[in-house]
Design a protein around this ligand. Structure first.
Ligand code: RP5
Length: 165
């Protein structure tokens, strides 16, 4: 079974990450959900990152806000792919988190999604895992087909709504 870890900097991030967790569950990806802070619990962050590979984790999702160094710090201590999720948890609408997460120096990449983009982080993790797990590739194609169908239906609805005006 494919396995990822979703690490968040604070439990206050949890609510905004529920969609991410639900999507990973939908694709039957085993998810270890953790609260670890690069600043408040740096030793736990190091221990987590250094042991992740041997514990079977294949992709790490790291969500943090404000001076959001979590994804980069974890990425610096593992060769596993790290997806950064900048959280909107400050007075700066998440722009602080976005820049802190995305502006990594060459050598230690973090694949950064949009502010509060936990959903896309889950989907990107599934796409990475689908290189190894063909059933995930098939499930992703099915997900995309359903999504397309839903938008096509909304398109029809919009045309009908406009005609009635
Ligand atoms: C970051 O600071 C966390 O990821 C969170 O987004 C933000 C606020 O954390 P709390 O002060 O609510 O614990 O480290």
């Amino acid at each position: 079974m494919p396995k990822v870890a979703l690490v968040m900097g604070s439990l206050s991030d949890f609510k905004s990450l529920e969609g991410c967790i639900k999507l990973l569950k939908k694709f039957k990806v085993e998810t270890e959900v953790r609260v670890i802070s690069a600043h408040r619990t740096p030793e736990q962050a190091a221990e987590f990152a250094k042991s992740a590979e041997e514990r079977g984790i294949e992709v790490i999702l790291a969500a943090a806000g404000k001076a959001a160094h979590l994804a980069g710090v974890l990425a610096s201590m593992t060769a596993l792919p790290v997806i950064g999720i900048p959280m909107n948890s400050s007075t700066m609408d998440g722009l602080d988190s976005l820049l802190s997460t995305v502006q990594m120096p060459t050598g230690i990449p973090v694949a950064t999604v949009a502010i509060n983009g936990g959903g896309n982080a889950a989907l990107l993790a599934v796409q990475m895992l689908s290189i190894k797990y063909p059933e995930l590739r098939a499930a992703m194609k099915e997900y995309r087909a359903q999504q397309t169908q839903e938008v096509v239906e909304r398109d029809k609805e919009a045309m009908e709504m406009a005609e009635k005006l």
